[in-house]
Structures are given as structure tokens and as C-alpha cells.
Design a binder for this molecule. Sequence first.
Ligand SMILES: N[C@@H]1[C@@H](O)[C@H](O)[C@@H](COP(=O)(O)O)O[C@@H]1O
Length: 342
Amino acid sequence: MTDDIPEVRTKHPYLMYEMLKETPKALKTTLKNVIDEEIDFRRGSVTVTGNGTSYHAGVLGFQSISDENKPWNHIQSYELENYKTPGNNIVAFSHTGKTYSTVQSIRKYPEKFSVGVTHDQNSSLAQISSKSIVIQEKDKSLCNTKAFFDNSLASLIIANKYEKSKYDYEGFISMIDKNLMRADIEMNSIVKEIGKVKNIFVLGAGNNFIAARETAQKLKEATHIHSEGIELEEYNHGCTSVTNKDTLLINICNREDTSRVKQINRGIKYVGAKSIGIGGPGDFEIELDVRNSFELPIQAITYTYFFAYHLAVKLGINPDILRFDEKDYYDFDMEIFPEGQH
Ligand SMILES: N[C@@H]1[C@@H](O)[C@H](O)[C@@H](COP(=O)(O)O)O[C@@H]1O
């Protein structure tokens, strides 16, 4: 089973909303928990790994590394377990700490130095990692939005320890806090105006690609609308033929992408699709107060999470339970994750 099914609510505010509102407080706890941890990285590179939201959070934090002499890469855990080889250090992220391929990707390489970041100190990941980091904050919704921000901050801290660089964590937390408040209001009003949406593409280039993937994952989990997170230019190579009047494009935009995004936005008008620009142009635009290119995708997610939430509420969908109240979907999950597995 993916995880224990939480308290089932039938209307707003769902647990996902509560968790988003609790995020700034949780980030302060995470900072306190993680900042003094000592991590003795071995010589050589770092491989960041995990599944889904945890994987994305891990990558987003490590994207802060600017020193070319501090090599790192990221490999999804199943790939690491079966096909690829990690660097001398592995940093694995898992909210539950029990996700099979994440745990296996550490177990398979006992000779490497591993850091396991989890919210459960009794989990396999915490037990088997050379160094375990436990975030003392529970995310009650299976959408794991609060856990995403906790893990992103933990990843930023770990990346800074690896790079031996300094960073303004308090400033980061207050920026996220401010964004979350604005995002709730602005995304609620966009959702009211947006009209029918049956499929969604989330586009992002550079550091924003992983945020596009994470946004698409959350849109699927919360709203049950099919969403695809795709590299900005890749969208133009195949996705245009399935874009139509019920399609929404969410563009997570660096300044450098502006003219390409404008062109795409003009193109989609021929088939009646609509767009939201986060940090860039769109039918609906969200301005971001951007301090640097690695914070931008994390800031963008404050908005896309609230968009997913308000859209779920509008559609009458409980975003907390991954459809596990429907027998077919519960059985589906039990088939792919039998008792005790994830
Ligand atoms: N639906 C959940 C995702 O929301 C989560 O991101 C992923 C990784 O879980 P964990 O962070 O516990 O490893 O597992 C799932 O299948």
C-alpha cells in the first residue's frame, strides 16, 4: 500500500490545504532539525535519488550547486537499482522511507556513503543509510505537498554542506511563506475563470524542468486530470497534435524563455487552448520575485500546488487520498504495492 489512508474529508478545507498552510512552520522545524547535521561526504561525486515528489524535491535542492568542482547527478531509484551506477555518495529522499526501489538503490551499494532523508525514523531507509536525516513533520495528505517543501529545504541544506557554501535559509522560508499566501488567492481566482480543462501540459526548461514534472504529478494526484510535465522545446515535438480547446499549458518560465513561450502561446490559440504563465507570459500571468534560477522552480510550485488544490475542489475531488476510496483504485495500488511495500 502506498501509505495509510488519512482522515477522509468531504469538502474544503481538505488536508492538502491544511498542509500547504502549515508549510512555513514545517520549514522552520526542518531547518532546526537538519542544519546542524554533520555529513562527511567521501571524495567523488554525489548521486541524488528517490521516486516521485521526493525525487523532484531532492533534485530541486541540489540545483543550487554552482561549483563545478562539486559534481553531482540525479538518477531515479529504479534506474539506479537496475541500470545505472551512482557516484561515491548517494543522497536518497523518501517521505515514507519504505519506497522499495529507493531503499534498494541504497541497499545495492553498501560500499558507497549514503544519506537517507525521510520523515519516518523507523523506516528501512533510516535504518540502512550510512547517515540518516529525519524530518520531524508529518504530512497528513497523500498528496505530500508539505513533505515536498520539507525535502526541498533539506536538500538545499545538504547541497550547501557538500558545496561548503552559505545560504540565507530564513530568507528562503519567508519567501515561500509570502508566495503561499499570494498563491492561494491568485490561483483560486484563476481556477474560477479558467473554463473547461481536460488535459494539461506543464512546460519548463533548465532548472524548471523538474518543477514541471512535479507539477504534473501533483495535478494528476489531486485532480485526476491527465497532465504531462515536459521540457519546453520537447512540447513542440509531438504534443501539438493532442492540444485542443480543452488543453491548458502551464509554462514555468525563465526570463530567457520568454520569446519562445510567447510563440508557443500564439500557436496554441489556433486550436483554442489556454495558458498560465508562471514567471512569464500567458492568458493568466503570475509574476515571481526571482532572486536566482534555482529558487524559481521551487517558488513556482507554491503556485502550481494551489492551482491543483483549487481545481480539485472545483471538480469536487478529494485531493488527499489518491482515489483509494474507490475499490478499483485501492485494489490497483495493492497489486503494485502489496502489503508492507511501496
Ligand atoms: N503517490 C506517491 C507519491 O506522491 C510519492 O511522491 C512517491 C514517493 O514516495 P516516498 O516519498 O514515500 O518515497 O510515492 C507515491 O506513489
